[in-house]
Structures are given as structure tokens and as C-alpha cells.
Ligand binder design. Sequence first.
Ligand code: ADP
Ligand code: ZN
Length: 211
Amino acid sequence: MRLIILGAPGAGKGTQAEGLSKKFGIPTISTGEIIRNALRQGTELGKEAKQYIDRGLLVPDDVVIEIIKERLVQDDCKNGFILDGFPRTVPQANALDKMNITIDKVLSIEVEDEKIVERISGRRQCSQCGATYHIIYKPSKVENVCDTCGGNLIMRQDDAPETVENRLKVYHEQTEPLKDFYAKKDLLTVAFGQEEVSDTTEEVYKALGVE
Ligand code: ADP
Ligand code: ZN
């Protein structure tokens, strides 16, 4: 299964990708996570990306295309993968086409803008290992402490309300056109995001035709 997940920031792409990844035994590749890791480690890539991320802008296409190219040739991608957060622009989608990889399906998770803003305000992330939580929908066992590593849970800097507005705008302008792009290739399937993670998962399974 080679799957692309589309959706606005905070639509639940990462959470659904994590579940599908376990279910199918294939890796999730999140360009956002790769970039945030680089940020935490203070690499060149991290430094370059920071100026864009903090303003809610996309990192330049050539940068993320290079990241994906290097990632998809690794061994663990042989039996499939889930792309979370890539492609995010038409040029990125064209670049993926050129890599000669057959995509099986493109899943779009739909959530209204008003809900997005509310959801993102509750998002938390482990400052050490990057595990993701939500104060209502996916709380940690102990408040502000990571279940996996005991690290401190913090809000992503780009989850600040002003930045979220920008990210939504960027999503509608630059990423949403990809729905048409993949619908024309007959690859698009849609799931509507629900209040509860498990209900969304059910919608996702239906959309993908899996049990
Ligand atoms: P979300 O889906 O919640 O917006 P991500 O973790 O996918 O969060 O992305 C966070 C940020 O990383 C984006 O706002 C953008 O700046 C950058 N980024 C991630 N993936 C891409 C991409 N494919 N192209 C350009 N920028 C990206
Ligand atoms: Zn952790």
C-alpha cells in the first residue's frame, strides 16, 4: 500500500497515519516530523526551515522534494509507505510522479476550518521524542508528561492561533488543489473527520475499503 494522506493542519493526518502504519506494517513518512527533528537537532536543514515554519509558510519545494527522494529509497519503504504532509503543492506532486513510484490511493481527511482552530489549540507534543497528544482527544496518562519517554509536553510554536490562520490559508491555496489533481487520476478517496479518533478511523477504513 502506497498511500498519500491529504488534509488541513490538525485534520488528524498524523494520528490516522500512525494507526494505518501499525495495521499495515509500513512506515509513515511525515515531512513535518522530519523537518521538526532537524529543528530539534539544529542541522542546516532545520535552520533553513525555521524561518518558514514559524510564519506558517511552506518550506520551499526543492528542499522537501530532496528530503522525500532520499527517504523513499530506503529499505523500509519497499513494501509500501504512508505519506503524511507530502505532497503539499502541485510542483511537489509532479516531482513525486517523476520518481516513478506508483501511488495506490490518496486519502483526504476533511474537517471544517472552525473545528481546526479549536482542535489545534489542544495539541501537545513531546519536547524529547516528538510523540503527539491532544488534551481532549488523546490525553497523556499524566498531565504534560509523555507516556513513552517521560518528556515534557509542549505546544508546537506553529500551533499559535495567528500562525494557524496562515497555515489554513496556505492549505486552501496551495494544497487543496491536489484533491483535483488526484481525482483526475482516479486516486482520490475522502473521509470526514469526526469528534472521536476511533470514529474517524472507521471513516478512514471505509474510504480505503479495508477492515
Ligand atoms: P500540519 O499538517 O499540522 O500543518 P506538518 O507537521 O505536516 O503539520 O507541517 C508543519 C510545517 O512543516 C508546515 O507548516 C510547513 O512549514 C512544513 N512542511 C511540512 N511538509 C511540507 C511540505 N511537503 N512542503 C512544504 N513545507 C512543509
Ligand atoms: Zn516522549
